[in-house]
Ligand binder design. Structure first.
Ligand SMILES: Nc1ncnc2c1ncn2[C@@H]1O[C@H](COP(=O)(O)OP(=O)(O)O)[C@@H](O)[C@H]1O
Ligand SMILES: N[C@@H](CC(=O)OP(=O)(O)O)C(=O)O
Length: 470
C-alpha cells in the first residue's frame, strides 16, 4: 500500500541510547524518503520514567541528595546521547536539554521544600522524560538530512482533562492537533512529539498513564486521519504470551481492536489499554512492528477479528500483584442495595475492578483489584457499608486471562483452561467470563502464574504455527 501519512511511535527501548535513537530515526527516514509524511512520537529513554518517579518520591521524603544523584545520572545520559548523535556543545538542543534539567531540578527542589508531591506535581516531573528525549530524536532525524521540529504534547495540541496520572483527551484536542501539526507537515518538516503527556486547558502538564506514548500516537493518528499508526517495539509484534515468560510465544498476525484492548487490560505490557480507542472511532489500523526486523509485518490491529482455524484462543496474559477483597456476612444476603453501594464506593475512588464475583446465595462478594489499590478499596468499602459485614483482603493473587474472538460460541474452551490449570496443580480462586466472550479470566496464586501461563499456552497450542485462516 502506498501511504501518504503515518504516525510512528518509538518506545523506551527504541530510545534507550544514541545508537537506538539513530536506528529509530532511520526507520522513520525510510518512509519519509519514499514521500510519506511521518509524525514521530517518542517515549522517554528506557528506565527514565521509573527514575523520575523514584526521585520525586525521594524528594518528598526529604532525601534531596538521592534525588539530585538520580538527576545527575540522567543528565549525563541525555548529554552523552546528544553528543553521540552529533549535537554541538553550543547547539540549540544542548542548550535546551540543559534548561530542561535545570527546571526539573528546581521542580524537585520545590517538592523537597514542601515535602508534598501532588498528582499534579508528579505529572510535571515525570513528563520530563519525554520532553528530554524529543530533542534527541530531532537531532537524529536532522542527522539523516531531514527537517524536524520537536514539540511537547501540549504544543502538539494534546489537550486533556485534569485527571493527573491518568488523563484523557478532551474532544477539541483532535482539531487542535490537526491545526498544529498540519502546518509543519505541509512545510516538509517532521514533527517529533513528546509522548505520554498532554496539557489541561489551563496549561498544566498531565500524563496519560503508564505506557501512554502508544495512546499519544493513536490520538495524533486519529486527529490527522493517518493511513496507519505504527508502534515500533523491541518484540516482533503482539505475541501469544509475554515472550519473557513463554519461550515459544509466537507473533499474532492480526488482532481486532477489541482483542487488543482485552489483552492490554489483562496485563500484556505491549500496548496501553486505551491505545486503540481513538482508532476504533475512525477505523485506522495500528501496526505493532519490530525495530530489529523492520520488514517483518508484525501485528496488524484492525476492526474485524480474524479467527484462525482451530485457535479459538489467541493469547494468554496475566496481571500480577492482585488482591482479592472478600465481602461476607448476613448483611449482603439478598440485599442488592448493599452490592450497589460497594460498586458505588469503588467508582467514586476511581479504582479499577479487575474481576467481580458473587455467590449465588448472594452472601458473598469477591472483588479483584491491583494490590496497590487494596488499601484504598478497603477504606472506601468500610466507610460505605454499615451493618454486619466482614471486609478482608487476600493478597498474593494474580489474574490470568485467555483472549480471542474465536472463543465466541465455542464449547469446551473453559474446560480446556480449567483442565490445563488442574494438571499444573493450580487452584482457581475466582472465575469470570466477559459477556463479549472475548476472554475468560481466573484469579490464581501469584506464585503460580508463570508456570500456569506456560501450561495454558501449551494446552491451547499457542506456540504452534497456524495453517489456515478464515
Ligand atoms: N503479549 C505480548 N506480546 C508482546 N510483548 C509483550 C506481551 N506481553 C508482555 N509483553 C512485553 O511488552 C514489552 C514491550 O512493551 P514496552 O516495553 O512497553 O514497549 P515499548 O516501551 O517499546 O513501547 C516486551 O518487551 C514484552 O516483554
Ligand atoms: N515513558 C512512559 C510512557 C511510555 O509509553 O513508555 P514506553 O513506550 O517505554 O512503554 C512510561 O514508561 O510509562
Amino acid at each position: 500500500m502506498a501511504y501518504s501519512l503515518l504516525v510512528m511511535k518509538f518506545g523506551g527501548t527504541n530510545m534507550q541510547d544514541a545508537q537506538a535513537i539513530r536506528h529509530s530515526a532511520t526507520l522513520a527516514a525510510r518512509s519519509i524518503r519514499e514521500g510519506v509524511k511521518v509524525v514521530v512520537v517518542v517515549s522517554a529513554m528506557a528506565g527514565v520514567t521509573n527514575q523520575l518517579l523514584r526521585l520525586a518520591d525521594a524528594a518528598q521524603s526529604g532525601d534531596i541528595a538521592a534525588a539530585n544523584d538520580e538527576i545527575a545520572a540522567m543528565r549525563t545520559r541525555h548529554f552523552t546521547a546528544a553528543q553521540e548523535l552529533g549535537a554541538a556543545p553550543d547547539s540549540e538542543t544542548v542548550r535546551e536539554i540543559r534548561e530542561l534539567h535545570e527546571t526539573l531540578r528546581q521542580a524537585v527542589y520545590g517538592v523537597y521544600l514542601l515535602r508534598e508531591l501532588t498528582p499534579r506535581s508528579r505529572d510535571l516531573i515525570v513528563a520530563f522524560g519525554e520532553r528530554l528525549s524529543a530533542p534527541l530524536m530531532q537531532v537524529a532525524l536532522e542527522g539523516q538530512g531531514l527537517r524536524a521540529h520537536h514539540l511537547t504534547g501540549g504544543q502538539a495540541g494534546i489537550m486533556t482533562d485534569a485527571h493527573f496520572g491518568n488523563a484523557r483527551p478532551l474532544p477539541g484536542t483532535y482539531e487542535r492537533i490537526s491545526d498544529r501539526l498540519g502546518g509543519l507537515l505541509g512545510a516538509g518538516v517532521t514533527p517529533v512529539v513528546a509522548g505520554f503527556m498532554g496539557e489541561t486547558e489551563e496549561g498544566a502538564i498531565t500524563t496519560l498513564g503508564r505506557g501512554g506514548t502508544d495512546f499519544s500516537a493513536t490520538i495524533i493518528g486519529k486527529a490527522l486521519d493517518a493511513d496507519e499508526v505504527w508502534a515500533w517495539k523491541d518484540v516482533d509484534g503482539v505475541m501469544s504470551a509475554d515472550p519473557r515468560v513463554v519461550g515459544d510465544a509466537r507473533n499474532i498476525e492480526v488482532l481486532s481492536y477489541g482483542e487488543v484492548m482485552e489483552l492490554a487490560y489483562f496485563g500484556a505490557k505491549v500496548l496501553h489499554p486505551l491505545a486503540v480507542t481513538p482508532l476504533q472511532e475512525s477505523g485506522i489500523p495500528l501496526r505493532v512492528k519490530s525495530a530489529a526486523d523492520p520488514d517483518f509485518p508484525g501485528t496488524l490491529v484492525q476492526e474485524a477479528a480474524h479467527n484462525e482455524v482451530g485457535h479459538p484462543v489467541k493469547a494468554v496474559t496475566a496481571i500480577r500483584r492482585v488482591s482479592l477483597i472478600n465481602v461476607t456476612g448476613a448483611g449482603v444476603l439478598g440485599v442488592p442495595e448493599v452490592v450497589a453501594s460497594l460498586f458505588d464506593a469503588i467508582a467514586r475512588e476511581n479504582i479499577t475492578l479487575l474481576m467481580v464475583s458473587q455467590s449465588s446465595s448472594m452472601s458473598n462478594v469477591s472483588l479483584a483489584v491491583q494490590s496497590a489499590d487494596a488499601g484504598r478499596t478497603l477504606t472506601a468499602l468500610r466507610r460505605t457499608v454499615t451493618g454486619e459485614l466482614n471486609i478482608e483482603e487476600q493478597p498474593g493473587a494474580a489474574v490470568l486471562a485467555i483472549v480471542g474472538a474465536g472463543m465466541r460460541g465455542q464449547k469446551g474452551v473453559a474446560a480446556r483452561l480449567f483442565g490445563a490449570l488442574a494438571a499444573d496443580d493450580v487452584n482457581i480462586l475466582m472465575i469470570s467470563q466477559g459477556s463479549s466472550e472475548l476472554n475468560i479470566s481466573v484469579a490464581i496464586e501469584d506464585a503460580q502464574v508463570e508456570g500456569a501461563t506456560r501450561a495454558v499456552h501449551a494446552a491451547f497450542g499457542l506456540g504452534e504455527p497456524v495453517s489456515a485462516a478464515d
